[in-house]
Design a binder for this molecule. Structure first.
Ligand SMILES: Nc1nc2c(ncn2[C@@H]2O[C@H](COP(=O)(O)OP(=O)(O)O)[C@@H](O)[C@H]2O)c(=O)[nH]1
Ligand SMILES: [Mg+2]
Length: 206
């Protein structure tokens, strides 16, 4: 694996877009519905057990959590709301925050969208995909918790999700992943390397 990611350090958490690290270098954001397995994925990819907090209680925090890999590269753990039944004002707040972040953050170069392989393409996920198309951000999808399904069933879901998104007009890759079994790590690292090193991934001005 590329050892660079193990150097990731927590910088700060912010409930809004003030107090965020300077908007320079390159940032890759991890998005996903609450409880999808985002924090676990970040921990697995950085080989640190408690870098991003993981929780069994969904939807507790609505923070943007910033992690520095080096002076020019960052990860952001984006807030995700819980289930479809969250109050409307929580959804609206999230909507506003995400839209502002995704549209204005110049260093943002790609999104890693984390979905539970057993519940892919929720309303949350579709919204994120729509925003990525709108802002022309490349997208890499992790179908995580693959260990919860047989290999055949997981592979089937992968094919179904690929088919459902075949008309999406941005660079889009999809893979199976498991933080528990530590599978799929090399594939994610490859995607991260490409996003961080590609020169053409800056979102176009709005
Ligand atoms: N079996 C299994 N459980 C996982 C995996 N990834 C996360 N989880 C569990 O799913 C729950 C939510 O994970 P977390 O990373 O906190 O989700 P987040 O809200 O998206 O950050 C926790 O109980 C994790 O232990 C995985 O790959 N396999
Ligand atoms: Mg989390």
């Amino acid at each position: 694996m590329n050892p660079i990611y193990t150097q990731a350090k927590f910088i700060n958490s912010s409930p809004h877009l003030k107090n965020t690290p300077a908007d320079q270098g390159k940032e890759i954001a991890f998005a996903g519905r609450s409880n999808a397995g985002k924090s676990s994925a970040i921990n697995t990819l950085t080989r640190q057990n408690s870098l991003a907090r993981t929780s069994k209680t969904p939807g507790r925090t609505q923070m943007l959590n910033f992690f520095e890999i080096n002076a020019q590269q960052r990860f952001v753990d984006l807030p995700g709301y819980g289930y479809a039944k969250v109050p409307l004002d929580v959804k609206k707040e999230w909507h506003k925050l995400m839209e502002t972040y995704l549209t204005h953050r110049k260093s943002l170069c790609a999104i890693i969208l984390v979905m539970d392989v057993r519940h892919p393409l929720t309303e949350f996920d579709l919204q994120m995909i729509e925003w990525c198309q709108h802002t022309k951000l490349p997208l890499h999808i992790l179908l995580t918790k693959a260990d919860k399904l047989t290999y055949g069933a997981a592979k089937n879901t992968l094919l179904q999700v690929q088919k459902a998104l075949e008309d999406v007009e941005i660079p889009l890759t999809i893979q199976l992943f498991s933080a528990l079994k530590k599978t799929g790590i090399d594939e994610v690292h490859q995607a991260l390397d490409e996003f961080f090193h590609s020169t053409s991934s800056e979102p176009e001005p709005q």
